[in-house]
Structures are given as C-alpha cells and as structure tokens.
Write a protein that binds this ligand. Structure first.
Ligand SMILES: NC(=O)c1ccc[n+]([C@@H]2O[C@H](COP(=O)([O-])OP(=O)(O)OC[C@H]3O[C@@H](n4cnc5c(N)ncnc54)[C@H](O)[C@@H]3O)[C@@H](O)[C@H]2O)c1
Length: 350
C-alpha cells in the first residue's frame, strides 16, 4: 500500500510540534491538520507545517477524515478527545501519560476496543537502540533470573516551567509531578524490562517548587516475578543526570546512564558486548536533565511509523494502550503509598 496515511495532531504546544515535525518527515504519512483550543497555537503550527488549522477537533475529524491522530494536549484532558476520535473511527496515538486516572484510562481502552480502532501510547525511549538492545538481552535470557531493577530520573525544572501553560504541577491536569510527568518514561522502561509490578512502598514531597504535586519521590518496588527494585524522580536537582537505569540478574548486569551503557557484563559474554559498551553515544540526544524541549524527533518518528504499520497490518502497536495504563497505575500506586504511609498492591481498583 503506497498511499500516504492522513495524520492529524491535537494540542499544538511543545510536544505537538515534535509530532508535526516527525510526521512531515515520514514518506508514509501526510499531516493534514492540527487542532488546538487556542486558535493562535493551531494557526501557527499549521502555517509552519503547511496543513489546515482547527479549534474544534470534532470538526477536524469530520472534514479531514484522518486515519490517525496524535493527542498532545495536557495529561488530564485525554478522555473526551479519545471518545470523539473513537466515534469518528480515527486511530489514536496518545502522548504519555495515557491519562491521570485509572477509571478514565479504562474507559479510553474500552472505547477504543469497542470502536475497533488502534490505541497506542507514546513512550519513545523504547525505540532507542540502547533500550531495545537491553530488552533483547533480557528476552534472550542473558541476565538469567532478574533480581534487581532500578530506575532514576534526576533532573531540573524551573519555577517558570511549572508556571507556563498553567497546567503543569497541578493535580487536575498534570496528575502528579516529577514522576507522572518526567519519571514515567523510566517507569515504562522498567516495567517493559522487569515485568509487571506487584507492590510499592514510597515517600514523596515537594522540596523546592511551589506546586501542589511532588517534585521528589522515592519508592521500593516488588515485581510479580519476585525481583525487587527502586524508582526515584526529582525535578529539584540542577546538576541532574536525567535518567539512570540498572538491571541486575543472576547472569548479567547493565547500567545505562542517559542513553549510554556504562556497564554491560554477562557470565557468557558475546562478541558484540565490548563494542556495544565502547560505541556509546557521547552526547545525550533524547531528554535533557534541564530542558523540557525535544530537539531530535527520530524516536517519535519511529513510534508514529509503528502506529501506521500497526493500522496497515491490523496488529497491536509496539506500545499498546494497556501498557500506557500500567505505567500510570504504578505511578498512582506510588502516590497512594506516599500519602497513606502503607504498602500498596497492584493492580489498583480505580
Ligand atoms: N513524550 C515526551 O517526551 C513528552 C515531552 C513533553 C510533553 N509530553 C506530554 O505531552 C502533553 C502536552 O505537553 P506540552 O509540553 O506539549 O504542553 P503545552 O502546554 O506546551 O501544549 C499543550 C497544548 O494543548 C492545548 N490544549 C489544552 N487543552 C486542549 C484541549 N482540550 N483541546 C485541544 N487543545 C488543548 C493548549 O492550548 C496547548 O497549545 C503532556 O501530557 C506531556 O506529558 C510528552
């Protein structure tokens, strides 16, 4: 099938622009329209990428008949948009986090299933070679039995970052702070690599920012397979390292700092192990420890291409909605534990 798929974007802010840029760089897709509550945001993005602008996404669905829409609005605004897309038969690629409440995420999944549309959640880091190599090594059982998985997101966001947009750092629309917004990428990677979580015990607080959600959190995690681990996130540390991921098993150990493997050791080494370790990228090209802006859109582009292929091949996308839901559920369980001072079991009721 050589015809280009018709793609649209809802939410023309920072990440909406990343999607628009990623889509226009794909041979397989055409960006037909963008939509935003604020007309100036929609017209600006539409002018930059040569497509139509709307303030009403329902009207956009009706007139443009897109095959796939990227939902890039604030985290707590997903459900109505997803419902309208499902009603119009438009496939959905929703930015992380899928939503900020379990009840609403379940409804989004049910609605998409009932409408027979594909639902994917953006976790673009899974498409980075370093993390797909790590996943492959686990799938090939190179780590033996998994024992420990740790994920830390240690970064900085300014007061201006939280003030801009009016939704960041709010319970109603961000749904959380350092973990729900920044750390969720690492939460997803940890679940993807270690398997489902069984319980958590956590502490969370806002230590430096004047926001109603946490800017610093630390949690102990127990996985269904018996392994244990930790999750940390903060937006309060200026000289942050951004991300650190550690996987330890009975037969292997890996530490990834940012996107660089700094430890990659196995009981049974393979020929490519040394070059994998030495061939590390010298600069982090993904998410920065101090800036929310994404310069390199290639991972978003790969995820959008995967969605296009999932629609064409009638298969599940690489990151289906249910996996978006699991990451948010673990974040919400961590918040619940921090609030109650008790261990919280997963999955959550609502
Ligand atoms: N994958 C990533 O690495 C990544 C990076 C940044 C942001 N995000 C996610 O993307 C989402 C948006 O973040 P952002 O930084 O682009 O925010 P932003 O504030 O820059 O942009 C949001 C845009 O959505 C518009 N909007 C708000 N409510 C709307 C509605 N109901 N209908 C239509 N338009 C609406 C706003 O006017 C604004 O233009 C968040 O959920 C965030 O977590 C993901």
């Amino acid at each position: 099938m050589s015809q280009k798929m018709r793609l649209a974007v809802i939410g023309c802010g920072a990440i909406g622009k990343v999607h628009a840029k990623a889509i226009t760089g794909l041979d397989e897709a055409q960006l037909v329209a963008v939509s935003d509550l604020r007309p100036e945001n929609a017209t600006k993005l539409a002018a930059e990428f040569g497509c139509n602008a709307y303030t009403d996404y329902r009207q956009m669905f009706e007139k443009e008949k897109p095959d796939l829409v990227s939902v890039c609005t604030p985290s707590g605004t997903r459900m109505d948009i997803c419902r309208a897309a499902a009603d119009a038969g438009v496939n959905l690629l929703v930015e992380k986090p899928l939503d900020i409440s379990v009840e609403r995420m379940k409804k989004i999944l049910q609605t998409a299933e009932a409408a027979g549309i594909k639902l994917g959640c953006v976790f673009q880091l899974r498409f980075m070679p370093v993390f797909s190599s790590l996943k492959r090594a686990i799938t090939e059982n190179r780590f033996g039995r998994l024992i420990i998985g740790n994920a830390a997101t240690i970064c900085y966001r300014s007061e201006d970052y939280y003030k801009n947009g009016g939704w960041r750092g709010t319970k109603a629309q961000d749904g959380g702070g350092a973990l729900m917004n920044q750390g969720i990428h690492n939460v997803d990677l940890l679940l993807w690599l270690m398997g489902d979580a069984k319980s958590v015990y956590a502490y969370a607080d806002h230590l430096t920012h004047d926001i109603e959600v946490e800017d610093t959190v630390t949690a102990a995690v127990e996985f269904v397979n018996g392994a244990v681990g930790t999750i940390q996130a903060t937006t309060s540390v200026y000289h942050g390292i951004n991300k650190k991921l550690e996987i330890f098993g009975t037969d292997g150990a890996a530490i990834i700092m940012g996107e660089d493997p700094v430890m990659w050791k196995f009981n049974e080494p393979l020929e490519g192990d040394l070059s994998f370790l030495q061939g590390k990228e010298s600069e982090q090209k993904g998410l920065s420890p101090t800036s929310p802006l994404i310069e390199d859109v290639s991972e978003h582009q790969q995820q959008i291409l995967d969605m296009i292929n999932a629609i064409r091949e009638d298969r599940q996308p690489a990151v289906p909605g249910i996996e978006g839901q699991k990451a948010v559920e673990l974040v919400l369980a961590i918040y619940k534990s921090a609030e109650t001072g008790k261990k919280v079991n997963l999955p959550l009721e609502n």
